[in-house]
Design a protein around this ligand. Structure first.
Ligand code: C2E
Ligand code: MG
Ligand code: MG
Length: 559
């Protein structure tokens, strides 16, 4: 049973005053809800985090509905009705608010109903605690938690000091837990915590995000911080040796030099998470020192990703397929074109595939975009086949499309639906994808082969060009990259090497296309090596369908 509140000590104004005073002495937010007048007061500090109109406002229900997570609002509303209409005197709920950035924040809200001394209205008075940020220490390691780090940094900011933040994270911690069990996982965290404390000396260490550690170093020297990371590694190695190598794991680190006057907590946290992310991206078991240029490039790539996603969801607006002619060396006539994707948006203009293709791949957007490309290119190819019989259309496929989607079914369905002759369609793969080839690559190659769809190995000469595996892949065409072919003019060695590659490819029934031929000199010299096809600026740059038609197809339709 709820206790009857008996705090009829003060009126609303006194309470608001008391709230303001006590509000400054606690991390919680104090609040007062006038149940009859639907008016609300909350500690001024809440405005920094939540999008509230002011510390005192009327129409409380309506205003709070904007801040409280919609799914949780009905339950709260019901509880307030209980207080308002059914004589309830206590409120104790956990639910979610949305902060200014739209993030969900779990809060615990407790209060009691009291009567205004002038008996005018009933008020719910209490406190709101952010549950997530309440914890100031970590149970497993005994280190301070993120909340304490936030408070400590606030103090540093007040003094305007400079320093370095070192963030250390366990590489593949999920795997450590899976392989050795949670207990060993906890042991790993404890061990790292001990090593960190040894290395950090008098500076505080914090444990954050489950498997990451922070040290705030009050010296403005990122190289020193990096050294500390290496010291932690050495200590961990020693401990593991002492314990008999019962487990294996590595750690990475991100280092951010900061001036606390310039950098607020949020930015410092973001920079530091980015820095650790970069270390992991660079291969793990290493450290990365924050560079603003990299961060800006990363933010730009996120922005581009947003624009690409928008375009995908709006009928592929901004995407365009360009075409570059491919010439037969024997006849010196055009035999087909390579479809090359372009993307333009207002802010960045036309972006090069070197920038946006990796973003499409990382975000998985290459799957819908790639499908759009092969459908568009095949449709275009068919149109031009009316003027140039068997006009071949080359389409690039990304390894992500092959491994993370059922691209082969999509391709075969498109070929059937369009009614294009499969022998006039060629898919280009890059070497890196082929080398790490798995079941899905093999299945794709099998299905394409069975259906007479052609296959090319693209960019040969850029990676670990290995001739040995070409035969097994049953590739129809080898495309030699410009970085390789361009050397042939100046280097006798490369010229001879390319000659041998052409002979070898021909001897196992593969065609050869030289890419990136720009000048007459290159053409004259490289033609002597008897490739089958040539593609390069010399014969034409990639252009849109209209220009391609004007430059390469129209003359055929007139003929
Ligand atoms: P790639 O498939 O090797 O395409 C040939 C690239 O070489 C094209 O660059 C083309 O413009 C360039 N090129 C051709 N001739 C010359 C030349 O004479 N000199 C020089 N300097 N460059 C020449 P682009 O269009 O920038 O495409 C770059 C790469 O982006 C492509 O290389 C391909 O790997 C990828 N890509 C383009 N479109 C697609 C697509 O639809 N899907 C996928 N997965 N990748 C694509
Ligand atoms: Mg290509
Ligand atoms: Mg290429």
């Amino acid at each position: 049973m709820e206790k009857k509140a008996s705090f009829n000590l003060a009126g609303k104004e006194e309470f608001e005053y008391i709230m303001e005073v006590f509000g400054r002495c606690t991390d919680d937010y104090l609040f007062l809800l006038d149940l009859d007048e639907d008016e609300y007061s909350i500690s001024q500090r809440a405005l920094e985090k939540f999008d509230l109109p002011s510390a005192h406002f009327s129409n409380a229900g309506k205003v709070l509905e904007q801040v409280i997570y919609p799914e949780d609002f009905p339950a709260l509303s019901e509880d307030l009705d209980r207080l308002k209409y059914m004589g309830g005197t206590e409120h104790d709920m956990e639910y979610r608010w949305m902060d200014r950035e739209g993030r969900l924040v779990w809060i615990s809200c407790r209060g009691v109903v009291i009567q205004d001394t002038r008996e005018m209205s009933r008020m719910l008075v209490g406190r709101i605690t952010e549950i997530g940020s309440k914890r100031k220490a970590d149970d497993v390691t005994g280190l301070f938690a993120e909340r304490q780090f936030q408070l400590d940094y606030k103090k540093i900011r007040k003094k305007g000091r400079r320093g370095t933040l070192l963030r250390i994270g366990v590489d593949n911690f999920k795997e450590v837990n899976e392989r050795y069990g949670i207990e060993v996982g906890d042991g790993v965290l404890k061990m790292i915590a001990q090593c960190m404390e040894q290395v950090s000396g008098t500076e505080r260490c914090y444990k954050v995000n489950g498997d990451e550690f922070l040290v705030l170093l009050m010296e403005d020297d990122v190289q020193e911080a990096r050294k500390k990371y290496h010291q932690v590694r050495i200590l961990i190695e020693e401990q593991r040796r002492e314990q008999g190598y019962r487990n294996f794991y590595t750690i990475s680190s991100g280092v951010v030099g900061f001036s606390s006057e310039e950098l607020d907590f949020e930015d410092l946290s973001n920079y530091s998470e980015f820095a650790l992310g970069m270390a992991k991206k660079n291969g793990k078991n290493c450290s990365y020192i924050f560079r603003e240029e990299d961060y800006k490039a990363y933010m730009k790539s996120l922005d581009i990703q947003e624009k690409l996603r928008y375009a995908v969801n709006h009928g592929f607006e901004g995407f365009e397929v360009f075409y570059q002619p491919i010439i037969s060396v024997k006849t010196e006539q055009i035999v087909g074109a390579e479809a090359l994707l372009r993307f333009s948006c207002g802010e960045y203009g036309m972006l090069s595939p070197g920038i946006f293709i990796p973003i499409l791949e990382e975000s998985g957007l290459i799957i819908p975009v790639g499908e759009w490309v092969y459908q568009t290119a095949m449709r275009q190819g068919m149109e031009w086949q009316e003027m140039i019989p068997n006009f071949r259309i080359n389409i690039n496929l990304s390894f992500i499309q092959i491994c993370k989607s059922d691209v082969v079914s999509g391709i075969m369905a498109a070929i059937r639906e369009l009614g294009i002759n499969p022998g006039t369609v060629l898919f280009e793969f890059t070497e890196s994808g082929m080398i790490s080839y798995d079941d899905s690559v093999q299945r794709l190659l099998d299905v394409l082969n069975e259906n007479q769809v052609k296959i090319a190995l693209d960019d040969f000469g850029t990676g670990y060009s290995s001739l040995a595996y070409l035969k097994n892949l049953r590739v129809n065409l080898l495309k030699l990259d410009r970085s390789f072919t361009s050397k042939a003019v100046s280097s006798d060695f490369d010229y001879k090497l390319i000659g041998h590659i052409v002979d070898m490819a021909h001897s196992i029934g593969m065609g050869v296309c030289f890419e990136g031929i720009e000048t007459e000199e290159e053409l004259t010299k490289l033609r002597m090596l008897s490739p089958d096809y040539i593609q390069g600026f010399y014969y034409g740059k990639p252009v849109d369908r209209q220009k391609f038609y004007e430059q390469n197809i129209r003359s055929f339709s007139n003929a």
